[in-house]
Design a protein around this ligand. Structure first.
Ligand SMILES: Cc1cc2nc3c(=O)[nH]c(=O)nc-3n(C[C@H](O)[C@H](O)[C@H](O)COP(=O)(O)O)c2cc1C
Length: 191
């Protein structure tokens, strides 16, 4: 499984990179999995302003940075979006990236790790709806993280006591990854 982990915000001093590093480190331990971090900060796309909806415009003239991002997504078999909650939804920069997509994620599974004051659950639910429109297959469960800044370091290493909790974030992430891998293998074979 080629797994792309998308860092869903770009603001200065963001916490999301730490969570994404933790997700990536855990995912790397999965057998048969190649992990790539895809940071939206490396793809500074303008606000989407194409004249025709991308899926209905075979003659698109695409912003080169957006094209680079789309190519990167197209090269993956599966995705994990690591997103904070901003104003009860996903960050605008993440939503803008979806507006560019046409067929890159079709019939591929996508999982969500959200975080925020109350775990980012509202952002995660919005993202599930958006993923459906990208024609990806959202994994039903998601990991919602609250108060993570107190238990994760700059390199994405989780506090050992928290990592050992039977129903804590580490266990939740492992279950999510197992489900994603199973679904990705099934869909890869079918594709
Ligand atoms: C612009 C903005 C809006 C936010 N809105 C919400 C919100 O609606 N609900 C919530 O629970 N947390 C909200 N938060 C808190 C963030 O989800 C939380 O601080 C998260 O760790 C931010 O991720 P980041 O540091 O990677 O940007 C908001 C933070 C920012 C910067």
């Amino acid at each position: 499984m080629k797994l792309g982990i998308i860092v869903g915000t770009t603001r200065k001093n963001r916490q999301t990179t730490k969570e994404a590093l933790w997700v990536a480190a855990t995912a790397k331990a999965l057998a048969g999995t190649e992990v790539e971090l895809i940071d939206l900060a490396d793809y500074p796309m303008p606000i989407f302003d194409e004249p025709i909806s991308p899926r209905y415009n075979p003659a698109r003239e695409i912003d080169p940075t957006a094209q680079r991002y789309m190519d990167k997504l197209a090269a993956q078999d599966a995705y994990i979006f690591v997103t904070p909650e901003y104003n009860h939804s996903i960050p605008g920069v993440l939503k803008n990236s979806f507006d560019y997509l046409d067929f890159q994620m079709v019939r591929k599974p996508a999982a969500i790790v959200s975080h925020g004051t109350v775990g980012g659950a509202r952002a995660a639910m919005h993202l599930k709806e958006i993923l459906s429109e990208s024609k990806a297959l959202p994994i039903p469960n998601f990991v919602a993280l609250a108060h993570m800044s107190e238990v994760i370091d700059e390199d994405g290493k989780l506090d050992a006591a928290v990592a050992a909790q039977p129903y804590g974030p580490q266990a939740g992430l492992q279950a999510l990854l197992d489900e994603l891998k199973w679904t990705s293998d099934a869909l890869s074979a079918a594709r």
